[in-house]
Design a protein around this ligand. Structure first.
Ligand code: 2X7
Ligand code: FE2
Length: 335
């Protein structure tokens, strides 16, 4: 795929708005779901946990974001630098998929089916940190396939076709941090729940949504990286320091939250998919984790809950919440 990036306008040379379809090839089970692996290099090549706190964008000072900072949250951002190299040098996906914790839809799972998304994304709680000008392409063929496959699974699905919809800061934050060049088409899916109100998420539905996503990727022959954008422990401070990036004020909300986050990351690194699947709801209950909005379960379900040790690139807190940049290299076995 020819690529050219610019700050406010994306023009993916040679790729149609719907991305580039590849020929389907026989599935190959290699410790991840059969639909996640394809012999010709298509399929789900990686899953990533890509947290979206607006502070990370603010700290980076990209030209798309209006507010300026002195930096901060460096260790987490170094983790993203390592992940970006992997995306560019190793995975080279046709498409990045993201389940957006802050695009909350009360009825059904919605998928952005507009060819182009352009506008300004503003964090409603931190508008002084995040006012980001975006302009990117969506992979409409894959987005529509996910809507169809979700319906086959019995889920309530919606194809979002409103060119004026303002894209939420979780989608923009995660996608910028994973690929600041914005030169890879996107599929974004809403969170059909309310991560701040309900005690636990509809994780069973997220399992189905993950399977539907994997089938749609298989059907369209895409080479895909799937991004779950969630913080881990989610209790946070409610008073901001005078200088938001004052790192003397940044630390875990409490030791309990930190210990549970470390336990979750240990299990991810261990590589026992079944154990991880059982532990996620426990971690949510113990830490009010943002994973209750379902992104992590969706991503790992699409990967088939592989017995695959994850690479933790970094861990750090943002206003006391736990955040980790993590990678599951499902394509490793083919190299
Ligand atoms: O959305 C968020 C988050 N998940 C964690 C920390 C700070 C702000 O926003
Ligand atoms: Fe969030």
């Amino acid at each position: 795929m020819g690529r050219r990036s610019s700050v406010f306008h994306l023009d993916v040379g040679g790729a149609p708005a719907g991305g580039t379809a590849r020929e389907a090839a026989p599935g190959r089970g290699v410790g991840v779901s059969a639909s996640a692996q394809r012999a010709d290099g298509a399929g789900i090549v990686a899953g990533v946990l890509a947290p979206h706190p607006p502070h990370l964008i603010y700290a980076e000072n990209p030209p798309q974001n209006e507010p300026r900072s002195q930096g901060g949250w460096d260790v987490l951002r170094w983790g993203y630098e390592a992940l970006r190299e992997r995306i560019q040098d190793v995975y080279r996906p046709d498409v990045l998929l993201v389940h957006a914790a802050h695009w909350v839809t009360a009825v059904g799972h919605h998928v952005n089916c507009e060819a182009r998304s352009k506008g300004v994304s503003v964090d409603p709680i931190f508008p002084h940190l995040f006012r980001y000008h975006y302009d990117f392409r969506n992979d409409v063929e894959l987005a529509e396939a996910i809507v169809e496959e979700g319906e086959v699974q019995g889920l309530t699905m919606g194809a979002m076709r409103n060119p004026h919809m303002r894209v939420d800061y979780a989608t923009i934050g995660a996608l910028h941090l994973v690929n600041p060049a914005w030169d890879i088409p996107v599929v974004s899916i809403s969170a059909n729940n309310n991560p701040y109100f309900y005690g636990d998420a509809s994780l069973d539905e997220m399992e189905k949504l993950g399977q539907a996503t994997a089938r749609a990727i298989e059907r369209t022959g895409r080479r895909a990286v799937i991004c779950a954008t969630n913080s881990l422990s989610h209790l946070h401070w409610d008073v901001e320091p005078e200088l938001p990036e004052d790192m003397a004020c940044e630390h875990s909300y409490n030791h309990h939250q930190y210990r549970w986050d470390m336990k979750l990351l240990d299990i991810m690194r261990e590589g026992d998919g079944g154990k991880l699947r059982g532990f996620i709801p426990e971690h949510i209950a113990a830490t009010a984790a943002e994973t209750k909005s379902g992104g992590l379960t969706w991503m790992l379900s699409a990967l088939g809950w592989p017995d695959l040790p994850a690479k933790v690139h970094s861990y750090g807190t943002v206003i006391g919440t736990g955040n980790a940049v993590v990678e599951w290299d499902t394509a490793k076995v083919r190299r």
